[in-house]
Design a binder for this molecule. Structure first.
Ligand SMILES: Nc1ncnc2c1ncn2[C@@H]1O[C@H](COP(=O)(O)OP(=O)(O)OP(=O)(O)O)[C@@H](O)[C@H]1O
Ligand SMILES: [Mg+2]
Length: 178
């Protein structure tokens, strides 16, 4: 099979609310079995993005960082959400020990913070999102998709963001590469 070229999409969020809104847009379009891999330093905005994603799935519970228990599961929304934080996981082998595969192969949406630590345990069709601190309230989000489904997901997200109104500054894409 020939893979399509990678798609990269970059955005700047200027507030927590924007990060939530962007996460919610993705939450509106994710499908069962989707895997979203989040990268970025401490405080870069990963958990806030997941909170927005949960809102987009109509999850009613508060979503908090699962740092101490590795995974939180939410079942009140359109699809189950499995929120994993791999910060304390050494490598992919250790991730398998806590049942990462069960989440990845389950019928929910799996979102993983510090996903680079368990890269070897992830399926190939993953939407990667890298968060970078710009200034106190600004974060850069870099989306990368390489395989059919994540490419589709990223296209959907781009369409959704492009149609956002009435605040043209909010969630406006910085750059779109094709
Ligand atoms: N535009 C923004 N988007 C997201 N968070 C922002 C933004 N501006 C400021 N913040 C602040 O940055 C912090 C982001 O915290 P968050 O828990 O989401 O980070 P994280 O990437 O999950 O960190 P960790 O690796 O520790 O889990 C919060 O304190 C939030 O208020
Ligand atoms: Mg976090």
């Amino acid at each position: 099979m020939v893979n399509a070229p990678a798609q990269i999409f970059q955005m700047t969020s200027t507030s927590v609310q924007e990060t939530h809104a962007l996460g919610a847009r993705l939450g509106n379009i994710v499908q069962a079995g989707d895997v979203i891999a989040l990268q970025g330093d401490l405080g870069a905005g990963k958990t806030n993005f997941v909170q927005g994603l949960a809102r987009g799935l109509n999850i009613v519970e508060d979503v908090n960082s699962p740092t101490f228990i590795l995974a939180n599961e939410y079942y009140s929304g359109r699809l189950p959400l499995f929120h994993i934080d791999a910060y304390r996981v050494a490598d992919a082998a250790e991730a398998e020990g806590f049942g990462l595969d069960d989440y990845l192969n389950g019928d929910g949406v799996t979102v993983i913070e510090w996903a680079e630590r368990v890269r070897g345990a992830l399926p190939r069709d993953v939407l990667w999102i890298e968060f970078a601190y710009v200034s106190e309230n600004e974060r850069q989000l870099l989306f990368t998709a390489r395989r059919a489904h994540s490419l589709e997901l990223l296209e959907g997200l781009k369409d959704s963001v492009a149609s956002l109104s009435p605040q043209p500054s909010a969630l406006s894409p910085d750059a779109t590469s094709n």
